[in-house]
Design a protein. Structure first.
Length: 198
């Protein structure tokens, strides 16, 4: 009978070890999946700051005052209006005038629009009276590219890009000019742009 007791203990000990190994394997897999997801959406994506010339752009837009997170319907409205005129832009552009760290959310000002491509300018000129239109001149800029993976990219991008842009501008002694975000659907990229003030 004593031998059986030892055998049972060995079997139970073996089962416990197998369960612990299985739990450890599952934890490792979960941690790896979380890490891969974070890399995929850009949370741990290394940011590269470039200096380049951006523009010029012609945009049809709507102005908005309120939290920047609430600008999505404004962009959608502009797209809808421009599509109704037979134009199919593939890039949009948001100009954000206030720093959300110091400006109350309900007072944040932005212009939300679509980029009119050169090939569509003649067509657009016939209907531009129906839209607010803004021209953004070509300028020297500090730029960060961020990948568009899913809707999370639009939330994670600003949290990572703006502190990096500010740090870079401070290091270089640049004065912050106008800042905007260019959403390029064909390239699946967001460009966070800070114009270098002269």
């Amino acid at each position: 009978g004593e031998g059986l007791g030892w055998e049972n203990r060995d079997i139970k000990g073996g089962i416990k070890m197998n369960v612990l190994k299985w739990i450890l394997m599952m934890l490792i897999i979960v941690v790896m999946l979380v890490f891969l997801f974070m890399a995929y959406v850009g949370i741990i994506f290394p940011l590269k700051v470039d200096e380049t010339r951006m523009g010029p752009y012609t945009i049809a837009y709507e102005s908005f005052t309120g939290p920047y997170k609430d600008t999505v319907p404004v962009f959608a409205k502009v797209y809808e209006k421009i599509n109704a005129e037979g134009l199919n832009p593939t890039r949009s552009l948001g100009i954000y005038y206030d720093n959300p760290a110091v400006t109350p959310a309900d007072q944040l000002r932005s212009d939300c629009g679509v980029v009119i491509e050169k090939a569509d300018l003649a067509k657009f000129n016939k209907v531009k009276g129906k839209f607010k239109v803004k021209n953004i001149s070509q300028a020297d800029c500090v730029v960060i590219e961020f990948p568009i993976r899913n809707m999370l990219s639009y939330m994670i991008g600003p949290m990572k890009a703006y502190p990096a842009l500010e740090k870079y501008a401070k290091k270089k002694g640049y004065k912050w000019g106008r800042s905007y975000e260019l959403y390029d659907e064909p390239q699946k990229k967001i460009f966070y742009v800070m114009e270098i003030a002269k």
